[in-house]
Design a binder for this molecule. Structure first.
Ligand code: NAD
Length: 538
């Protein structure tokens, strides 16, 4: 495989929610399409070899050559092999957390809780359920209409899957697709984010020696390498990332008729109702907004709080935010590009009259963005319309739940929404009216860690599904096998087409509901006559 050492400028790294964002001061000192310095403290990091775009096709060809044999390995054996990933993950927990901390700025606790532990559950879930999930299932066939026939559905691997992932959960997000995709018999070419290439390499190393050569390979690089992978003859693209890149991939795949699974941005809202447990709601919203420094697709980026408790909720949320310790509870942002976007959204909101209640933008160029709470009155600002992807919590006071739902549903994003209330029956009724892939009642965002729960969006949040048996719909394709043991020499519908066949077809239509009661009775008589003529070869 051709490769070159990454030592180029970071300018190639895309922003989370925009195709091209202005560089921020401070960016220049961060080298690499693979940044060479950590967000916190800027310590230097190891170099990472970049895969030449031209070598990507070779990886796909190797994957294709390896996939057929891998798919022949009985699924139980595949599960036994991949079960080994769990032990490696847990044994390397501290190393993984430290690397993610160095590479992305995530607090160590968050890295262990979000990137390591749920993945052990993930491996358990898929390795213990995959045999049953891939098991053949029979299809009911009416023995009178289809005598002698049985049908079964098998789930077949897609073939070679391109997996392209972002930097914000650089271990958990790839594993959520890698584990079920490999178990289902696919080969995978994995392109981690150029912002977190070392975490990507670490993820691949968890499978080292467990899989035949070529079944899993890594292409390191930026958007150009991702684009080359999409065009390299793969059978499915599983992409998690920004709307801008997702749209480009969707177009490239449409031209090649390659199916896609796209998990894109978010603008999650938390709807805080007057009858909520205020302390729990305030704590939950503060965590949901600031975990991972707000760099989560499911970060709370809008709060709609009911007027009746607005003042009390805001006071408590602000107090809790002020208690957060920089660098301990909330890490630095990962990229200067993203920090520049957050600053821009914040400034636009303040210019339009929003009031900062806690935090505020740091000195220009700093990644240490303090957790910031604002009271916002006008919906028409990027802070409430675009994905901000940073530690900013805008709070909007609304009249009631109706207004909160209308505002939530008006967004082009629709990933997850949380409802905070003590009235569970009402919450379930409201949940049904939300345009949202996931709804959580009195909690937020954490369900991405549940391997049996589908994680999915609507609209600009994409339509892919991660986790749960629903994810297998993308990672496999159904193959229907019909077995006909009928001894008849021909089917009724085979040649020749005769007047008896025509009479039979129309009598059947009338008998099955195409006529009134009397017509149906007459059709049954005609049907019997036409059937006997047909059975005698006419
Ligand atoms: P990004 O779109 O900039 O990059 C994601 C990946 O796509 C990277 O590996 C990148 O190199 C690659 N890429 C970029 N352009 C490409 C192209 N034209 N063709 C192929 N590959 C290309 O996103 P990011 O900044 O790394 O991640 C943040 C974004 O991811 C946010 O919008 C966030 O909401 C989203 N995200 C969504 C989910 C979800 O489950 N819905 C989860 C995590 C992150």
């Amino acid at each position: 495989m051709e490769s070159k050492t990454a030592a180029l400028a970071h300018e190639g790294a895309p922003a989370a929610n925009e195709a091209a964002a202005p560089s921020a001061p401070g960016e220049a000192q961060r080298a690499g399409p693979f940044p060479m310095r950590s967000p916190g403290g800027g310590e230097p990091r190891d170099e990472v070899a970049e895969t030449a775009a031209g070598a990507v096709r070779e990886l796909v060809a190797r994957a294709r050559a390896a996939q057929a044999a891998w798919a022949e390995v009985p699924v139980g054996e595949r599960a036994e092999l991949i079960a080994g990933v769990k032990k490696r993950l847990l044994a390397r927990a501290e190393e993984i957390a430290a690397l993610v901390h160095r590479e992305c700025g995530k607090p160590i606790e968050e890295a262990a809780l979000a990137e390591v532990l749920p993945n052990a559950d993930l491996v358990d879930y898929w390795t213990s359920s995959i045999e049953e999930l891939l098991d053949e299932s029979p299809v009911d066939l009416d023995p009178l209409a289809y005598p002698g026939k049985t049908g079964r559905i098998r789930r077949e691997p897609r073939g070679v899957v391109a997996l392209i992932t972002p930097w914000n959960y650089p271990v958990a997000i790839p594993l959520r697709t890698l584990v079920p995709a490999l178990l289902a018999g696919n080969a995978v070419v994995f392109k981690p984010s150029e912002v977190a290439p070392r975490s990507g390499a670490l993820v691949a190393s968890l499978f080292e020696g467990l899989l035949p050569d070529g079944v899993l390979s890594v292409a390191q690089g930026g958007g150009d390498v991702g684009a080359a992978l999409v065009e390299a003859g793969v059978d499915l693209v599983v992409f998690t990332g920004s709307v801008a890149a997702g749209k480009k991939i969707a177009v490239a795949c449409a031209e090649r008729l390659v199916p896609t699974s796209l998990e894109l941005g978010g603008k999650d809202s938390a709807i805080v109702l007057g009858d909520c447990d205020l302390e729990r709601a305030a704590r939950g919203v503060v965590w949901g907004a600031f975990t991972n420094a707000g760099q989560s697709c499911a970060s709370i980026e809008r709060v709609y709080v009911e007027q009746a408790i607005a003042d009390r909720f805001i006071t408590r949320a602000v107090a809790l935010t002020r208690e957060l310790r920089p660098g301990v509870d909330v890490g630095e942002m990962t990229t200067a590009r993203q920090a520049a976007i957050v600053r821009r959204h914040l400034e636009a909101a303040v210019d339009a009259g929003a009031e900062i209640l806690a935090g505020g933008a740091p000195p220009e160029g700093s990644l240490a963005f303090p957790p910031t709470v604002l009271r916002v009155a006008h919906e028409d600002t990027p802070l409430l319309q675009e994905e901000t992807f940073g530690p900013v919590l805008p709070i909007v006071v609304v009249k009631d739940a109706e207004e909160a739902i209308a505002r939530t549903n008006a967004s082009r994003f629709a990933l997850t929404t949380s409802l905070w209330t003590r009235r569970h029956a009402r919450a379930h009724a409201l949940a049904r009216r939300l345009r949202s892939g996931v709804v959580t009642i009195n909690n937020h965002g954490f369900t991405g860690a549940l391997p049996a729960a589908p994680w999915t969006g609507v609209g600009d949040s994409g339509s892919g599904v991660t986790s749960s048996p629903h994810a297998l719909a993308a990672l496999t394709r159904p193959r229907f096998v019909l077995d006909d043991r009928s001894r008849a020499k021909r089917e009724l519908w085979w040649y020749p087409y005769t007047p008896a066949l025509r009479a039979l077809a129309f009598a059947m239509a009338r008998a099955r509901g195409g006529a009134g009661l009397f017509g149906r009775v007459r059709a049954l008589v005609e049907l019997a006559a036409a059937l006997s003529r047909r059975l005698f070869g006419r």
